[in-house]
Ligand binder design. Structure first.
Ligand SMILES: *[C@@H]1O[C@H](CO)[C@@H](O)[C@H](O)[C@H]1NC(C)=O
Ligand SMILES: *[C@@H]1O[C@H](CO)[C@@H](O)[C@H](O)[C@H]1NC(C)=O
Ligand SMILES: *[C@@H]1O[C@H](CO)[C@@H](O)[C@H](O)[C@H]1NC(C)=O
Ligand SMILES: *[C@@H]1O[C@H](CO)[C@@H](O)[C@H](O)[C@H]1NC(C)=O
Length: 335
């Protein structure tokens, strides 16, 4: 090889290499444009300075952005943003709904996120998990969520959502749980919620303004965790007590539930039973003393009566303010 051809070869190597480098960006160009638009709609918060148009958005340096590098579609599959200090109050960036491959949307701890969840959320047709937690979003839970047939978890804890629970959520075939704790939701639990799919195990609705009776249809569910505390529910809640399924927590405190607890079933896996401050009556089931994993119990402030089952490990505050509950740790029963 002479000198000229050697230089020539070197030039080819250099230019090809340059060509490869300048075109090495994987990120789908539509998604990249969309992300930069989202950044703008968020008001260009300084914490998103890593969303740099000169860098590949499938490069893990983009804060909170997940890209499908595995199947090499290089589409954006996850937005995972918390504690982003938005410079001024803004709605949920509408451009988010232009990320068609999004599986996970997580927006948390952003007090300057305001306004409703737009119905066009249903454009996210591949969404599995949606979390909007501790923001100032308000308005109703859009019924269009039920058009997303891939949803597994919907969590809108600690926001300012109002209005009813959308009845149509029970038509989502993959749904495993909803968590709407700490909002201002009103109305009753829809009858249709008895038809959640078999995998549905989490119903978390505490600290709202929900009311009325629990539909009997909910007896069909196999809930591992139920939290209806701090609402205005009334009547029967015995449908949540079953001996033959996996149940970890039953939290019904601070409502007006009134039913006989003497004969309810109790799952052997129960960790927590909190029914404080209701109008629940009857005798505590003997089986309570057999529950190995029970580490939180509070039945105080109800209309319970009779002997406390032996061998329970809880202090008197968990039993006080009942009609005629007696025996250790309360004073002995009168014989
Ligand atoms: C990501 O981008 C930075 C800055 O351009 C670069 O230094 C780094 O090598 C890139 N990482 C990957 C995994 O491509
Ligand atoms: C890759 O594709 C398979 C089959 O379509 C899918 O199950 C999986 O979730 C995909 N992985 C990612 C990271 O998108
Ligand atoms: C968000 O809610 C908090 C707590 O209620 C409140 O202090 C704050 O002013 C709200 N921010 C906006 C932008 O509405
Ligand atoms: C049980 O609930 C009562 C309120 O009814 C409360 O005062 C007490 O501290 C609770 N006990 C425990 C151990 O949480």
């Amino acid at each position: 090889m002479n000198f000229t051809s050697c230089i020539y070869l070197l030039l080819i190597i250099l230019t090809t290499n340059h060509f490869i480098l300048s075109h090495s960006e994987n990120c789908n160009p539509d998604d990249k444009r969309t992300l930069l638009q989202i950044k703008k709609e968020f008001g260009n918060p300084s914490q998103l300075s890593s969303w740099d148009p000169t860098i590949d958005c499938c490069n893990s340096t983009w804060l909170g952005v997940d890209c499908d590098n595995f199947n090499r579609t290089y589409r954006i599959t996850g937005l995972d943003l918390e504690n982003i200090n938005l410079p001024k109050p803004v709605p949920i960036p509408p451009s988010i709904f232009n990320l068609p491959s999004l599986n996970v949307l997580y927006l948390a701890y952003m007090p300057n996120l305001v306004g409703p969840i737009p119905p066009s959320i249903s454009k996210l047709s591949k969404l599995n998990y949606i979390y909007i937690i501790q923001t100032n979003i308000s308005g109703e839970i859009p019924y269009t969520l039920s058009q997303i047939k891939t949803l597994v978890t919907i969590s809108f804890n600690s926001n300012k959502l109002t209005g009813p629970l959308p009845a149509s959520l029970s038509t989502i075939p993959t749904l495993a749980g909803i968590a709407f704790n700490d909002n201002q939701l009103t109305g009753t639990i829809p009858e249709s919620y008895g038809s959640f799919p078999p995998l549905f195990t989490g119903l978390l609705l505490s600290r709202n303004r929900l009311s009325g009776k629990i539909p009997a249809s909910l007896r069909k569910l196999n809930l591992a965790d139920v939290d209806l505390s701090h609402n205005a529910f009334e009547g029967d809640a015995s449908m949540f007590f079953k001996s033959n399924i996996l149940t970890y927590t039953i939290t019904l405190g601070s409502n007006s539930f009134a039913f006989d607890i003497s004969k309810v079933g109790l799952s052997k896996d129960l960790n927590k039973l909190d029914i404080r401050h209701n109008k629940i009556y009857g005798k505590l089931p003997e089986r309570l003393s057999e529950l190995r994993y029970l580490h939180k119990l509070n039945v105080s402030d109800n209309n319970l009566c009779g002997q406390i089952p032996m061998n329970t490990r809880f202090d008197a505050s968990c039993y006080v303010l009942n009609k005629c509950l007696c025996g250790s740790p309360l004073p002995a029963c009168k014989t």
